[in-house]
Design a protein around this ligand. Sequence first.
Ligand code: AMP
Length: 470
Amino acid sequence: MSEGAVKKEERRRFQAIKGTRDLLPPETALWNRVEQTAHEVFGTFGYGEIRLPIFEPTDLFARSIGLDTDVVSKEMYSFPDPLDRYERAAQILSTPSKIAGYFGMDQQQRANAVQKELETLPAAEWVTLRPEATASVCRAYIEHNMQQGPQPVKLYYIGPMFRRERPQKGRYRQFYQIGAEILGGTDAPAIDAEVIEMVMTFFERLELQGVQLDVNSIGCRECRPKYVEKLRAELVKVKDKLGADSQRRIETNPLRVLDSKLEHEQPIIEKLPRIADHLCEDCKAHYAAVKKELQLRGVEYQENWRLVRGLDYYMRTTFEITAKGLGSQNAVCGGGRYDGLVELLGGPPTKGIGFAIGEDRLILSLQESGKGAAAQGRDVYIAWMGENARATAVRAAKSLRNAGFSVELPPVEQKFGKALGQADKLGARFALILGDNEVASGEWTLKTLATGEQGKFTEMKLLEFLQTEK
Ligand code: AMP
């Protein structure tokens, strides 16, 4: 390689990986407002925050989400995590039958035997960047024996998820979800309705526009398999008219055909048998009661028999919420009941229901409808000149910040004209002007930048005035 090429290589400019992005100020102020509102609203419904690991054993997701789903079959970021010698040795030595075999060996023989064993053990465990968090919440519920405390357990989380999808507007490879789960206790329909009411309250508080709630019931382990077989039988009859994806799903996951957005498949899908006509008595009653409970709470919804959701673990109630300004990726929230999931992951039989909100899309929708204004700029820009004023400026900045104002204190002296220009550029509301006169008299000059009005204040009066302007 020539010297020039090396230099060029050294100067490589890095860019964020496809499908990931930086969130920058002032937009991050909006993210914080959204998350703060989630903490507040979910808190009023009695939910506590859970913070989970970003990566988990691959098997946790494979088992819970389902092998035939897009998420598990093609979208997970998984990698082998090498076990160290200590972990591998611990695996051998924790097996009583193995230990028994080492009795009677001398130290060297034992070392050789362990060494041999080490070579036969798997060198790595597969781990995955979490594509969603419901499985992790269930894992944590089991791991911390939460079923032994008061039920139900109400938890929410906020954080990044990872799926290797084709990036587009509203679809990223690293995206953020705000979700909640309610585990244990009963599956009373009021629980389903209250979870939905909580999301709708959250969206209302944020003034999200064009919100539409779709609900459905996809039955239980009793009635759903019978319906799926009926659906499969009907799909086989029209197989030739379907696209490749749907043809494949007839075998792997016929319910997912109902998700299809392909134009030419729509008239075919409309004629397929509908799950509402095949629910067992218990599921039918549960679904009817959920709808009644929603009405009781004044939550508007529409029924959508094609809403089956992409993940395997759902049963009975499913719901999805769409919002304005998102184009084709308009789902901001998806959720549903998953009563068998904790058991599937090795825990006791446990009722469960939850949802996940796509925070990126929620933010996009708020911005598109003009509800995403984020605080920018500073409250006060301190324009100071002269060595005497420097000390006063530092003290003023400290007391204003302690009182909760956002303050910009220029690190080096500037002419007043330049300082005021800078204050304008930063979007400051006020400029505090400190020169020799102000320091000598103890009367500081405050300029309101929008109007150009000026006034003189002592330090205490200044604080009082600014408090009333907050
Ligand atoms: P799911 O976990 O698939 O039920 O998704 C729940 C919500 O997360 C969806 O309604 C979307 O708002 C959001 N979401 C899912 N995948 C992505 C993605 N790749 N990029 C951005 N948001 C996503």
